[in-house]
Design a protein around this ligand. Structure first.
Ligand SMILES: [Zn+2]
Length: 248
């Protein structure tokens, strides 16, 4: 079997494994597991490969995947720390998002990635929450991960700002997941004339915008409480974080 066939099979098998879970997830875990599976498949191919040219290609491919895995691992750790910190500061918001269900009471995974600012194409955008329906149900969320999932991306700025932007995006998630069909109806009507505006989702009467305002207010209260009880401040939790073994 040719290498690319193995890699396609890897992607299919990994996606089927993924559906079993539900909660806030580190978006890079998906890519790290996929890279690990690809490396195992390449190693299997190298064991049976007898063609020198093919072996050179396999080695080059392996190096590329190894490099990518290291990059994903770095980004995983940054995301892991921010999520852990957010949970410490605002556990009520965190667990509400963690347990969120759609209009039909289906569990919905929230995949979070802290990304380089340069990954956003549009000037002025620092964070996004995707907005899309599954083909199977107008109430079911869909993202690049799978049906029943939301993709949240936040720029890696200073820690305070990144945490606040994550609270902002969780505000969108809290409204949009349980109200997806009605919100999309509103969204298309409200913003149809603003094809490239960065303020989509933040019209004066937009319920998702209202949810962001409410969530940021709750987050500010939680942050005040956190700082009053944790004198060491925002940097202190970094040394307390346990990294899952399969990521190391
Ligand atoms: Zn927003």
């Amino acid at each position: 079997m040719r290498p690319y066939v193995f890699i396609i099979l890897t992607i299919i098998s990994f996606k089927s494994i993924h559906y079993a879970y539900c909660d806030i997830k580190n978006g890079y875990e998906f890519e790290i597991k996929l890279a690990d599976q690809c490396l195992r498949n390449i190693d299997s191919l190298m064991e049976i490969c007898t063609d020198d040219d093919q072996m050179v290609k396999l080695k080059m491919h392996r190096k590329r995947i190894e490099y990518k895995r290291k990059e994903y691992q770095k980004k995983y750790l940054i995301t892991h720390r921010i999520l852990k910190k957010f949970k410490d500061i605002a556990p009520e918001i965190y667990y509400t998002v963690d347990r969120i269900r759609d209009y039909e009471k289906n569990v919905t995974d929230i995949f979070v990635k802290i990304v380089d600012k340069s990954e956003f194409n549009q000037e002025g955008i620092l964070a996004t929450t995707n907005l899309a329906q599954s083909e199977k149900s107008e109430h079911r969320y869909h993202s690049e991960y799978c049906d029943g999932s939301v993709s949240v991306k936040v720029s890696n700025l200073n820690e305070w700002k990144t945490l606040e932007m994550l609270a902002h995006e969780f505000g969108h998630v809290l409204y949009q997941v349980p109200n997806l069909a009605s919100y999309l109806d509103y969204y298309y009507k409200a913003y149809l004339k603003y094809k490239h505006s960065i303020s989509k989702g933040h019209g004066r009467y937009d319920p998702s915008h209202q949810s962001v305002i409410n969530t940021l207010a709750d987050y500010s209260d939680s942050m005040r409480n956190y700082l009053s009880t944790n004198k060491k401040g925002v940097e202190s939790a970094y040394c307390e974080i346990a990294i899952p073994a399969h990521i190391q």
